[in-house]
Design a binder for this molecule. Structure first.
Ligand SMILES: NC(=O)c1ccc[n+]([C@@H]2O[C@H](COP(=O)([O-])OP(=O)(O)OC[C@H]3O[C@@H](n4cnc5c(N)ncnc54)[C@H](OP(=O)(O)O)[C@@H]3O)[C@@H](O)[C@H]2O)c1
Length: 247
């Protein structure tokens, strides 16, 4: 384990207790709750941030987590929540048209402890270097649904793009996990990943949400993922299995 690795309860990087704290930002959503569960299962102490009105969605964890209610783009809320954390898991969502995703990312980049591991979620539509090759269906959806959703002032995909631009430009210890289409269901194991959409291993374009969360939590202790934007797919999907068979 390197000095930067996240340690679980009672076994910090320097052998001190109490260094295994993880903050889940956007904890009340589906992905967030899976991440809280995985983190608790692994022995981390968990701080969770969610909007005031969504606190009830975390009821099942109430006696096991520290809850910080508030908007995730509020620097004061984030500053309080991430203090003393070794890892910060952030759900970046494009909801609304007031810069919620970029505000959330900026608050985390500004306030997370210097050596903490920062892991952000988004979708395949985010491209780090422009070398992703998208299926036609994906390009049509981006061209039609994106502008329409913004027109209706529901979703602003460009804001999620801006959030990731800021993360990619940062020298913090970040990973941006890019999810495929998602489905519910039992865990199948850690998803496989590639640097670029268009890699045949990703062509099944489906991941269980519970395993997306697993990848986010495991990324905190995987130094090979620092400054990477892995695009993921379920490890039991046909395209992932085809690669395994080929290998
Ligand atoms: N859905 C997909 O098919 C898909 C595909 C690929 C990648 N992803 C990525 O996966 C992650 C999780 O996405 P998800 O779709 O599965 O959602 P999710 O886990 O259910 O989370 C939705 C989050 O958005 C928040 N939210 C909802 N309405 C909001 C609003 N008006 N203003 C501010 N916040 C609001 C929710 O907070 P409350 O609990 O307070 O409502 C919750 O934290 C995201 O990073 C997304 O980009 C999703």
């Amino acid at each position: 384990m390197s000095d930067h690795d996240i340690a679980r309860d009672g076994a910090g990087p320097s052998g001190t207790a109490g260094t295994g704290r993880v903050c889940v930002i956007g904890a009340s959503g589906k992905l967030g709750r899976y991440m809280v569960r995985h983190a608790l299962d692994r022995g981390y102490r968990v701080t969770a941030v969610c909007r005031d009105k969504s606190v009830g969605k975390l009821e099942e964890f109430a006696d096991r987590i520290t809850l910080v209610p508030g908007d995730t783009d509020d620097p004061e809320v984030i500053g309080r929540a991430v203090a003393g954390c070794d890892g910060v898991l952030t759900v970046l969502v494009p909801w609304g048209v007031h810069g919620y995703a970029s505000g959330t990312a900026q608050a985390v980049l500004d306030h997370a402890p210097v050596d903490s591991r920062l892991v952000f979620s988004c979708g395949w539509h985010i491209s780090r270097d422009g070398r992703d090759v998208y299926p036609l269906r994906f390009r049509v959806a981006a061209a039609v649904v994106g502008p329409l959703a913004r027109l209706l002032r529901v979703v602003d995909v460009k804001d999620q793009v801006e959030a990731c631009r800021r993360i990619f430009a940062s020298d913090r210890r970040w990973t941006v996990v890019r999810g495929s289409d998602l489905e519910e269901g039992e865990s199948q194991g850690l998803p496989v990943w590639s640097r670029h959409v268009g890699d045949p291993v990703l062509s099944s374009n489906l991941t269980r949400r519970v395993d997306f969360a697993l990848f986010m939590v495991e990324a905190m202790t995987d130094d090979s993922l620092v400054h990477e934007a892995p695009a993921i797919v379920g490890c039991r999907t046909p395209s992932a299995l085809a690669r395994t068979a080929g290998a």
